[in-house]
Design a protein around this ligand. Structure first.
Ligand code: SF4
Ligand code: SF4
Length: 305
């Protein structure tokens, strides 16, 4: 297991990643491969080069400065040979238009804490804090725990955004230093879950039950994808499962799928096969929220993805 994550983004003034105004730290690396992911750069825990032909002006600076002759200009833009590229970042540093960027940078706990503490006034005024997201932040428990402990020492409210596919022991240890969780529940059928994400959901469901018993605040998030999990049978089963968790009725955010990340896939040089993924109809979205509410849940449509 990699103990030190790469960070692929730090979002300031985030308002959809927990209560109040927050700073969200995005860890690179995830055990799942959901094809609807809006952050495909979070799949891999390694550094990656991202290229946008729309932003490229064909100046050739990247080609000129690459120490490994890994990239070349073509009529279709810059092409990088992955066998030669050493991900040294030189091309991104010299690119005048940010057509080439690197995703993932090394940051120490101290450096991240500096970024978090800069916004403490906003957290205090808004009831906000810090959120750790990804990717899957729980893939890096030692690093994450150190950050959580330091935030706790500074009285900064802590949210962890997880898909729950981690050892239970890790989740419960993290829960000791976390006030609030955002927990993804994608679908109840494990065979389907594995078909779409690459992994079954037994551990995810067991972990959610165990986490609920700790008394931590947990908001459930259901990504709603037409052709994948928006059938009412799955939603009914999900609603019954959430309603049966220990503790108070949960808030459930329903996040409707939009195919807005396809450009990111191409910037990473990946071919995206959306397969059956579709945006759920407005009528189905309303039906889903109503069904969740029928189970006593505080359900709503959410713009966050
Ligand atoms: S990351 Fe480094 S090795 Fe790879 S293409 Fe850019 S400059 Fe060349
Ligand atoms: S340096 Fe940037 S703008 Fe210039 S050719 Fe390379 S990618 Fe395109």
């Amino acid at each position: 297991m990699i103990e030190t994550p790469l960070i692929f983004d730090i979002k300031r003034y985030a308002i959809n990643d927990g209560p109040g105004i927050r700073t969200t730290i995005f860890f690179k690396g995830c055990p799942l491969r959901c094809p609807w992911c809006h952050n495909p750069e979070s799949y891999s825990g390694q550094k990656e080069k991202m290229y946008s032909s729309a932003k490229c002006i064909g100046c050739g600076e990247c080609v000129k400065h690459c120490p490994n002759q890994a990239c070349r200009l073509t009529p279709d833009g810059v092409v990088t040979d992955p066998d030669l590229c050493r991900l040294c970042s030189v091309c991104a540093e010299v690119c005048p238009t940010n057509a080439t960027e690197m995703s993932g940078r090394e940051m120490s706990v101290d450096e991240i804490m500096v970024a978090i503490k800069k916004e403490i006034t906003f957290y205090d005024q808004s009831g906000g804090g810090v959120s750790f997201s990804g990717g899957e932040p729980l893939m890096f428990p030692v690093f994450l725990l150190e950050l959580l402990k330091q935030c706790g020492q500074n009285q900064i409210h802590r949210t962890v955004d997880t898909a729950g596919l981690v050892p239970e022991k890790t989740l419960l240890e993290v829960a000791e230093h976390t006030e609030h969780f955002l927990y993804d529940l994608k679908m109840m059928d494990s065979v389907n879950h594995e078909k779409f994400t690459g992994m079954g959901n037994e551990l995810i469901l067991r972990n959610l039950q165990a986490l609920a018993k700790t008394g931590r605040t947990i908001d459930i998030r259901i990504p709603l994808i037409g052709g994948v999990n928006d059938d009412l049978e799955n939603i009914e089963e999900s609603a019954a499962f959430i309603a049966g968790l220990a503790g108070p009725p949960r808030r459930v955010d329903v996040l409707s799928y939009h195919n807005i990340a396809s450009q990111k896939y191409s910037r990473l040089g990946r071919i995206h096969h959306p397969g059956p993924l579709a945006e759920p109809t407005a009528e189905r979205q309303e039906e889903v929220v109503a069904l969740l509410k029928n189970h006593g849940l505080d359900a709503r449509l959410s713009s966050r993805w």
